[in-house]
Design a protein around this ligand. Sequence first.
Ligand code: HEM
Length: 303
Amino acid sequence: MNTPQTTILPEGMAACIVIEADIVQARLDEVRRACKQMTAILETHRSRQPEAQLGLAVGFGAGVWPQLRRDSAEGAELKPFRALGNGLAPATQHDIALHIQSMSHSANMLLALDVLGAFGETIKVADETHGFRLYQDRGYDGFVDGTENPAGDARPPVGVIAAPAADAGGSYLLLQKYRHDLKRWNALSVERQSAIVGRSKADDEELPGEERLPDSHLGRVDLKENGQGLKILRQSLPYGTASGEHGLMFIAYCARLHNIEQQLLSMFGETDGRTDLLLGNISTAISGSYYFVPSQERLADLG
Ligand code: HEM
C-alpha cells in the first residue's frame, strides 16, 4: 500500500498548523515509535469530529531522513534547503515537519497537542505557525490564491510519487514563510499590484501574455520544461497577528522536488538574474526548508 499522508490531496481546507522541529539524535528510536502512533492518533480525532476533515503529515529533513529510510531510492531527491538570491530566501532547515490542516482551527489544535504529546521530549520545536483561510481564498494582498492549483483527479500525479517507485505514496514538501509589508503594498495602485502578480485583482483573470511582466509572480513561477508545465500542489494559507507579523505560510507538495526548486530559483534570481516583483513590493521570505513526506505505511514502519 502506498497511501499518501492526509494533507496532500484535500482541497480548500480552512486552517492549518505547521510545526518545524529538530530531533534529539539519541532519541531517534523513540521518534520512530511516535511516528508509528500517528495514524491511530489522527483516526481518534477524525472519528470525534468527522466534519473537520482533519489531515496530518509528518515529513523529514535531509539531515535525518537517511537514517529513517529503508532504501536509498526513497526520497532520493531530498536535500537541505540552501539560501537563495544572496540571502533573499534564507535557509532555516529543520529535521521534522508536522503539518495539520482541516476545516476547523480548534480541531487542528487538539490534534496538534496529541501529536506533540506523542513526540514528547524527542523533538525540540523551532517554529509553530497557525494559518487560516481569508474570504474568497484571497491573501492579505487582496488577490485570489490557488486558482491555478491542480484540482480533483489532476492532483495525485502532481503531488504524490506513483507506484512502482520505492517511495510511492511519498511527496516532497516546501515550507517557506513570507512576511508581508501591507502598508507598502496598499500604497500601490491596483493596476501596479496586478502587474506585479500577473493576474487582475477583482476578477482574478490571468493578464494576457503580452501584458505579463517577466518578473511578475506568474512570469517567475508559471514555468515549462520540454513543453510541459512544471506543476506543484500548493496548500498555503495566510498566517499571523493583526498587531504584529503577518503574511503567507507557503506550503507546497510535489512528486518531484525539482519542480518546486525550479520555481524558487526563478523567483529568487538564480536562473536569469531577475527576482520576483512580489519580493520588493510586499513579501520577504523569512524561512525555508525541504522535507520528504513518506507514505502512511512507511511512516508507521521507518527504517
Ligand atoms: C510571497 C509569497 C507568495 C504569494 C503572495 C503568492 C501569490 C500567488 C497568487 C496570488 C497567485 C495567482 C493565483 C493562483 O493561481 O494561485 C499565485 C500563483 C502561483 N504561485 Fe504563488 N505566491 C507566493 C509564493 C510562491 C512560491 C514560493 C511559489 C513556488 C515555489 C509559488 C508558486 C506559484 C504557482 C506555481 C502559481 C500558479 C502559476 C500558474 O500556473 O498560473 N508561489 N501565487
